[in-house]
Unconditional design. Sequence first.
Length: 160
Amino acid sequence: MRRGALLIEMIIAIALFVGAGMVVSGSMRDGVRATIRAMDRERATDIAASAFALVEAGIGTVEEIDGPVPPYEDPDDTSNFADLLPAPTGWVIEAESDRSTFGSLTLLTVSVTREGEGGRPIAGSMSAEVDGLVHVARAVEDSELQETDLERELNALEGR
């Protein structure tokens, strides 16, 4: 009788230990996934903000930033590996600009997504979008040079 009770007690103890291990490993897996998503979200936001800043500073144009994100290349790299082609990043920028009603300002929207093979977004990866008004240097047609009502009012207030 004593041997049977000891066997049942060991089976219950092992079952509890295995169950607790499964809960802990599941929590670890969820934590790793959440960390990867947070890192993807941070990277996407950083890329979008950097692309937005390039256009805002006049360093790049909407057409130049639109498309796949190029891999980083260190200009000071003197190693023998400099001639190897870097792997694609998988991040893609989509930039759109629309004329706003505020004179020379343009509504710029920069979206960043991570794509896998075949150009499809990677399941579970994060994307980011940054939008705002920026001054974008562009060719202006004569028909666009007319003052808007708001500009006329501002100029009248300033005494121009």
